[in-house]
Design a protein around this ligand. Structure first.
Ligand code: SF4
Length: 287
């Protein structure tokens, strides 16, 4: 999912790492040629996944070296999204489950040696939940650490049993205030809160990611609410504060979508420190 995850080199990784799209997909080279009902069948049975890109070697998306799979499809419309080209599932290349697992398997040993593993991101990976579940189940059989990078908006697509196949959640909490959340994403906060509560109850490890956007998510009150949500996740291991920046701007322009944050600056170090202090005041580990 969730894009605009890291105000670090992840942006560059994702926009440049497009190796997956250079491979021949198993069914079609263009999802636009598939009918809506065919795509829905794939969404439901997970036999085929729609892949924006993948990268090998990320150290930003979970512990160790990661194979990161970026899927298409997202129901949020975050104002700061760096990859609006992932919103429509049809923008992905169809990959058969077996073919993707073969690809992942070819990196298994190096991933294990680095104590890394497989991360599935997006878009919002919950959009293609059946494919994600199949991939994670197979990855666990290979002995790989698994990580889901998600907004939590489609958390209801995963049963408690499914969540046990996910070793780490990178949970994007885009706001603590419901109105700000809606302003940022055009969707309600409740599904994310419900997933956070479940992960806490099930004691599943969580790293929360919070994108700090001046004038949008940075108010003292909003950050207090995010920090309160984090403090209530018993299985929380860390909070990552991601500084907004403009690396995704050109994609909005290319897609002809109105980009509301064109004039927004990257947060100052002073602002970042203030926000960090709000999380630290709750004895949370903050990066
Ligand atoms: S719109 Fe979707 S893909 Fe973009 S940042 Fe938000 S959750 Fe992530």
């Amino acid at each position: 999912m969730g894009s605009n995850k890291l105000a670090r080199s992840r942006y560059a990784f994702k926009t440049s790492g497009n190796e997956g799209n250079s491979e021949l997909p198993e069914v079609s080279s263009n999802a636009e040629l598939l009918t809506t009902s065919t795509i829905q069948t794939h969404i439901d049975d997970g036999s085929m996944g729609y892949v924006h890109s993948y990268e090998i070697g990320s150290t930003m998306d979970g512990p160790g070296i990661r194979f990161v799979l970026f899927l298409t499809g997202c129901k949020l419309r975050c104002q700061y999204c760096h990859n609006p080209d992932t919103w429509d599932i049809r923008n992905g290349k169809p990959y058969a489950f077996d073919k993707m697992m073969k690809k992942i398997n070819s990196y298994t040993e190096v991933l294990k040696i680095s104590k890394g593993g497989l991360t599935i991101s997006g878009g919002e990976p919950g959009f293609q939940h059946a494919f994600v579940k199949k991939i994670f189940k197979a990855a666990k059989k290979l002995g790989l650490h698994t990580c889901l990078d998600t907004s939590g908006f489609l958390g209801a697509n995963f049963s408690d049993e499914d969540l046990m196949d996910i070793d780490l959640h990178l949970l994007d909490i885009k706001s603590g205030d419901p109105e700000v959340y809606k302003l940022v994403t055009k969707q309600p906060i409740q599904p994310t809160l419900e997933l956070a509560e479940r992960l806490s109850r099930l004691n599943r490890p969580v790293w929360v990611r919070f994108v700090l956007v001046p004038g949008l998510t940075d108010s003292w009150e909003n950050v207090e609410k995010v920090a309160d949500i984090c403090a209530n996740i018993q299985s929380l291991e860390r909070v990552e504060i991601l500084r907004f920046h403009q690396l995704g701007k050109s994609k909005w322009e290319q897609l002809g979508i109105n980009y509301t944050l064109a004039e927004t600056e990257t947060p100052t170090l002073e602002l970042v420190e203030r926000v960090r202090s709000q999380f630290k005041a709750r004895n949370l580990t903050v990066y």
